[in-house]
Design a protein around this ligand. Structure first.
Ligand code: MG
Length: 249
C-alpha cells in the first residue's frame, strides 16, 4: 500500500495510491478510514506524505559515511532533530539560503511511525511502523562545522524533502539507496551497511522521547555526500519505496 497526501479540490487529503489511481480516505491513515472517491495519480499534486510532530535523525549510521567523515564507529546512535517546518514536498524546490556556503544532499531511508511508540524493544518497534519513504537530509555543511552542533545547519525551511509516498509493504533491512544529481549517481549503498538497524534505532529513540503517529525517523546517509548548486535536480531513489525528486533554487 502507498499512502499519499494529495491536493484535491483545493484541500490536502490523505489517499492510497496504486499505479494509476489515488483513492481518497476519510481519516488519517493511522485511524480507521473509509474510501471517499478517487482521482488519477498522473498529474496529481503530491505533498509530503505525512505531517510529523518531529523528525528524529541519526547522525553517523553508515559505515561508508563514517569513514568519509573521519568519524570512529559510534557505540550508540547519535540523534538530532529537524523541525517540522523543514519538511518539503516531492517536486518542490530546495531553496539555498543566502550566504551559508556549501549545502549538501543526504539521501536517507525515512521511517514513518504508525502508532504511539514509548520504550519499545526492536521487535515491538516493527509493529509500530506505518511504512517507509525517501528523505533528503539537506545540510548546510559549513554552518554545521562552524556551529559545532547541528541545529541551524539542518533546520532551514525546506531542508527535509519527504516522499513521494509511504510504502507500507517493504522490508527495510537490505534496500538499494541512491542519490542522483542531474542524473549522475552521487550516493549508492545498501541499507544493510547501516551501523544500527531500523528497528534498533526506533527502540533507542523511544527510550528518549515518545514517537507518535506521523513522526519521521531519518536513518542516516551513506557515503558520497556532496554539494548542491542552483539549477540542480536531485533525486533520492530507494528500491521498493520510490523516487523523491526536487529542484534546487
Ligand atoms: Mg543525515
Amino acid at each position: 500500500m502507498r499512502v499519499v497526501r494529495v491536493v484535491s479540490e483545493g484541500d490536502c487529503r490523505y489517499g492510497l495510491a496504486d499505479e494509476a489511481t489515488v483513492t481518497l480516505i476519510s481519516e488519517e491513515p493511522f485511524a480507521a478510514w473509509e474510501p471517499e472517491g478517487t482521482l488519477a495519480l498522473r498529474g496529481a499534486e503530491l505533498l509530503y506524505p505525512v505531517v510529523p510532530t518531529k523528525i528524529v535523525c541519526v547522525g553517523i549510521n553508515y559505515k561508508g559515511h563514517a569513514r568519509e567523515m573521519g568519524h570512529p564507529m559510534p557505540d550508540e546512535p547519535v540523534i538530532f532533530l529537524k523541525p517540522p517546518t523543514a519538511v518539503n514536498s516531492p517536486g518542490s524546490p530546495i531553496v539555498l539560503p543566502e550566504g551559508v556556503g556549501r549545502v549538501d544532499h543526504e539521501a536517507e531511508l525515512a521511517v514513518v511511525i504508525g502508532r504511539r511508540t514509548h520504550r519499545v524493544t526492536p521487535e515491538e518497534a516493527k509493529h509500530n511502523v506505518l511504512g517507509y519513504t525517501c528523505a533528503n537530509d539537506v545540510t548546510a555543511r559549513e554552518v554545521q562545522r562552524r556551529d559545532g552542533q547541528w541545529t541551524r545547519a539542518k533546520s532551514y525551511d525546506g531542508f527535509c524533502p519527504l516522499g513521494p509516498w509511504v510504502e507500507t509493504d517493504v522490508d527495510p533491512d537490505d534496500l538499494l539507496i541512491e542519490c542522483l544529481v542531474n542524473g549522475e549517481v552521487r550516493q549508492s549503498a545498501r541499507t544493510s551497511d547501516m551501523i544500527f538497524g531500523t528497528f534498533e534505532l526506533i527502540s533507542f529513540i523511544s527510550h528518549v522521547m515518545t514517537l507518535v503517529p506521523g513522526d519521521v525517523v531519518l536513518t542516516g546517509t551513506p557515503a558520497g555526500i556532496g554539494p548542491l548548486s542552483r539549477g540542480d535536480k536531485v533525486e533520492v531513489r530507494i528500491e521498493g519505496v520510490g523516487v523523491l525528486e526536487n529542484s534546487v533554487v
